[in-house]
Design a binder for this molecule. Structure first.
Ligand code: DX5
Ligand code: ZN
Length: 244
């Protein structure tokens, strides 16, 4: 079993105070967040409406942390240059929302950003088969997209293990690094199992912004991640009953 890359915690602004977004970004980064997860919803691909490139550009001067843009929009391509110009670092999209997935992935990199593909709970991982070399990130949805505060769908853990296996095999053959991010219902009390299943980036919206002390909850999330690493190491130990 492979050792996972260092964990990244990406608080989702969807659950932040929209009247104080700049302060919220600065506060979660000061509290230990690695990335800022920026959920873009269009009331078409998903039944909700949130923020666009102008808000991303307005937040950019408030932090040096990478801005991880999750596009829940259809179509996708016209927004890629707009978000790149607005200072996004990572841009991810849902394959169902792009007519030409390979082209959209290339477009994101051509604009100087890292490219990610997002998998809804019922979207098969096969979508990554022919574009592995174009991916910087795979984002697995552990809820149906559109809203914060939903419960983690348990079977996502098996899908996460499968995605981890695909990425590990790709990298073992000399492929580039691909981050594996999970989004939806991540909490301090379930993050250990999610880490053990292979995630290395963790979106958390309501778990972080729903608490008064961001530093405390991010520390709790990191403690859970450490437990998940310990579970993986224990599972990787040779079984002495078989070895001896
Ligand atoms: C859902 C969004 C998530 C959401 C997660 O469509 O993509 O990023 O903010 O929120 P929680 O962590 O509350 O499930
Ligand atoms: Zn998201």
């Amino acid at each position: 079993m492979t050792v996972l890359p260092p964990a990244r915690i990406a608080p989702s602004l969807l659950s932040a105070d929209f009247a104080r977004l700049g302060e919220e970004v600065a506060a979660v980064v000061a509290a230990g967040a690695d990335w800022i997860h920026f959920d873009v919803m269009d009331n078409h691909f998903v039944p909700n409406l949130t923020m666009g490139p102008m808000v991303c550009a307005a937040l950019r001067p408030h932090t040096q942390a990478p801005i991880d843009v999750h596009l829940m929009v259809e179509p996708v391509d016209a927004l890629v240059p707009a978000f790149a110009k607005a200072g996004a670092n990572i841009i991810s999209f849902h394959p169902e929302a792009s007519r030409h997935v390979d082209r959209t992935l290339a477009l994101i990199r051509d604009h100087g950003c890292q490219a990610g593909l997002v998998f809804n709970p019922a979207t098969p991982l096969d979508w990554m088969d022919h574009v592995m070399d174009r991916l910087d990130l795979v984002l697995l949805m552990s809820v149906n997209p559109g809203f914060g505060g939903q419960s983690f769908i348990p079977h996502t853990l098996q899908k996460l293990q499968q995605a981890r296996g695909r990425i590990d095999r790709w990298q073992a053959r000399g492929g580039q690094a691909i981050a594996l991010e999970i989004d939806g219902g991540v909490k301090p009390d379930n993050i250990a199992g999610i880490r053990a299943a292979g995630a290395d980036a963790f979106v958390a919206g309501s778990a972080v912004f729903g608490q008064p002390d961001y530093r405390r909850v991010i520390a709790d999330l990191r403690q859970g991640i450490a437990q998940g690493d310990a579970q993986r190491s224990a599972a990787a130990e040779p079984d002495e009953t078989i070895v001896s």
